[in-house]
Design a protein around this ligand. Structure first.
Ligand code: C5P
Length: 224
């Protein structure tokens, strides 16, 4: 059911490296809306779990960490982030992504993170990117996009992002890791990676981030 009183949401889901983060951040900027990069919540949890030597299956301890989460708007941006979260370089590497995708398969972790994500629905609106934004977290979103790209294009984008942060890796290795993670995200029983009913499937292979933002912005203007 669409709840008109809540601020509007645009969801951008898709596999790793499809450009969700860049596109969502620019779209949020253009609309002057808030931005939730939900992958960071899972990466943060992986980082905390590793730091505290938790067992990857210890749902109770993981939910305890989630219960302590406080959110704020990141300095100089529209991104909502966890208070005390480390610099993105710390969360950006593939080891953190791997931890994140393992914890993300735990049903208790996903449901504990739901209220945290709902709390990000703040006026005047929210752009939310991830894997299940349109299917589970914000099923009443006014516009749902499923952003894809070829695995080669995605691995190349990830490599460039990592290089820009001073992190390095081989393209072959990165391609393999992205494929493995996508597979795990697609196969898990809770909130698997899939396009939401009614989502617009947008293939960004060969498109610049600005061109993708322009298309989504036009679709939003046409529909709102
Ligand atoms: O988007 P990002 O690559 O930062 O996400 C890291 C991992 O977090 C993903 O591989 C996925 O397993 C998990 N994730 C998720 N649901 C989301 C966002 C991220 O399961 N909404």
């Amino acid at each position: 059911m669409i709840q008109e009183s809540l601020p509007p949401v645009i969801t951008i889901d898709g596999p790793g490296g499809a450009g969700k983060g860049t596109v969502s951040s620019r779209l949020a900027e253009r609309l002057s809306w808030n931005w939730l990069e939900s992958g960071r919540l899972y990466r943060w949890l992986g980082w905390r779990a590793a730091r505290e030597h938790l067992d990857a299956g210890d749902e109770e301890a993981l939910c305890g960490l989630i219960a302590g989460i406080q959110l704020r708007c990141a300095a100089g941006s529209r991104r909502l982030e966890i208070v005390g979260s480390p610099a993105f370089e710390v969360l950006a590497d593939e080891a953190a992504a791997d931890w994140a995708s393992r914890l993300a398969a735990l049903p208790a972790v996903r449901s504990a993170l739901l209220p945290v994500q709902h709390a990000c629905r703040l006026p005047p609106g929210l752009v939310a990117d991830g894997r299940d934004m349109g299917t589970v977290v914000f099923p009443d979103a006014r516009l749902k996009v499923f952003l894809t790209a070829s695995v080669e294009a995605r691995a190349l984008r990830r490599l460039k992002q990592l290089n820009a942060l001073g992190l390095y890796g081989s393209l072959n290795h990165l391609t393999q890791e992205i494929e493995e993670r996508d597979e795990r995200d697609r196969r898990r029983s809770v909130s698997p990676l899939r396009s939401a009913p009614g989502a617009w499937i947008l293939d960004s292979t060969g498109l610049t981030a600005d061109a993708v933002v322009q298309r989504i912005w036009e679709a939003w203007q046409a529909g709102s």
